[in-house]
Ligand binder design. Structure first.
Ligand SMILES: *Cc1c(COP(=O)(O)O)cnc(C)c1O
Length: 393
């Protein structure tokens, strides 16, 4: 079985490019050029240099000794939380802005829900001196005021999406409308392995640096390239795609994708797409998504803003359907406890998204000699208020 995208942009039955005709020239130009550009030496040199000197890569593969003792197995944390801006998202925005420049684009648009992708996009636009417009739902603008302030400080214009539920999907609609109206000078930076082909594949490639480094680092530390397990949380699925990428064809490496069960799978307030979703089209891609009987997208919920997405990228839909990856669902409460546990056993405050991946340690038993890698997608600074409210500090 192949887990790579095929020529038509599909992973198994998922993916493709289901887009309005007016968007076709933009997406088609990207599809025709992305592989050639990112494989050039000049692109790779600039990309690798920025990952090293600007992002701070390679991020450590840290052996978590006390956590390992507690769970009686061997746990390594891939420290994406140590990336510049505090999470893996910057790997992707750097890749896309270098691509945008090579395509001659001068204006960058993005949409953001919690604001993390907006901040990562505003950051690279400042770095490259390009104009940046970030669409964000009116409600999200109110909920995520610190990230709005960050984007403004970085020179971006934040435009409010006031239609529908005034959240992420409405911001996405506005961004798509903008791109249709500005096809020549504008590049649309998408923040996860979602959207029409070639975005899921392109973003996976940019994030695949995570598993590339894991292989090298594990060889040095353990004398073997492959762990027994790789665990990562899934919102749209980009940190998981990056952590899984170079292990996809290595069937002896077990992949665990962790979704947010919110207040519980049956509560009506969750984001566990693989359990609750059905096949549908979102953001130009055929994938699993949470929807009502008549196909309306259901508003997702999770305590962690980054996992609060009603779909998963097409690669993950394929990994789920083909059973290549195991999918776990973690509630808000389980994630919050796992996050606090990491603080107290290792002195690391994780993003609440990453806490969902950590919570698998309480749900599943690993052998003493297993090597378990958990992708620590981000740091918890941005979540301090949520932790404070939850634990009454
Ligand atoms: C955005 C975000 C996620 C979820 O996005 P993916 O595309 O699924 O990786 C997970 N962790 C952190 C820290 C994030 O900021």
């Amino acid at each position: 079985m192949s887990y790579q995208v095929n020529e038509k942009g599909f992973y198994g039955e998922f993916g493709g490019a289901f887009i309005p005709e007016m968007l076709y020239p933009n997406v088609e130009a990207l599809r025709q050029n992305y592989l050639e550009i990112i494989q050039t030496e000049s692109f790779q040199t600039e990309f690798q240099q920025l990952l090293k000197d600007y992002v701070g890569r390679p991020t450590p593969l840290y052996f978590a000794e006390r956590l390992s003792q507690k769970y009686n197995t061997k746990i390594y944390l891939k420290r994406e939380d140590l990336c510049h801006t505090g999470a893996h998202k910057i790997n992707n925005t750097i890749g896309q802005i270098l691509l945008a420049k090579r395509l001659g684009k001068t204006r960058i648009i993005a949409e953001t829900g919690a604001g993390q992708h907006g901040v990562a996009t505003a950051t690279v636009c400042a770095l490259m001196g390009l104009q940046c417009i970030v669409y964000m739902g009116e409600i999200d603008i109110q909920r995520q005021a610190p990230n709005v302030a960050r984007m403004k400080m970085l020179g971006a214009e934040v435009r409010s999406a006031n239609s529908g539920s005034k959240t992420l999907k409405d911001a996405t609609n506005e961004a798509i409308r903008d791109w249709i109206n500005n096809p020549i000078d504008t590049f649309y930076i998408i923040g996860s392995v979602v959207g029409p082909h070639p975005y899921p594949d392109m973003v996976s490639r940019f994030q695949s640096i995570i598993s590339q480094e894991i292989k090298k680092q594990l060889s040095e530390k353990e004398g073997r390239k492959n762990p027994d397990y790789v665990i990562a949380c899934v919102g749209g699925g980009s940190n998981a795609a990056g952590a899984f990428y170079h292990f996809l064809e290595e069937e002896n490496v077990q992949l665990i994708a962790v979704e947010a069960a919110g207040k519980g799978l049956d509560s009506g307030e969750s984001a566990a797409t693989s359990v609750l979703g059905k096949i549908g089209i979102i953001h130009g891609s055929k994938t699993l998504l949470m929807q009502s009987e008549d196909g309306q997208i259901t508003e997702p919920y999770s305590i962690s803003a980054g996992l609060d997405y009603p779909g998963v990228g097409p690669l993950h839909a394929h990994l789920h359907t083909s059973k290549r990856a195991e999918f776990a669902a973690i509630t808000d409460d389980e994630a919050m406890q796992a996050g606090l546990n990491l603080c107290k056993t290792e002195g690391i405050i994780p993003a609440i998204e990453s806490s969902h991946a950590l919570a698998v340690l309480d749900q599943k038993t690993f052998d003493k000699n297993d090597i378990v890698i958990i992708n620590l997608s981000g740091r918890g600074d941005k979540d301090l208020n949520t932790y404070i409210d939850y634990f009454n500090y």
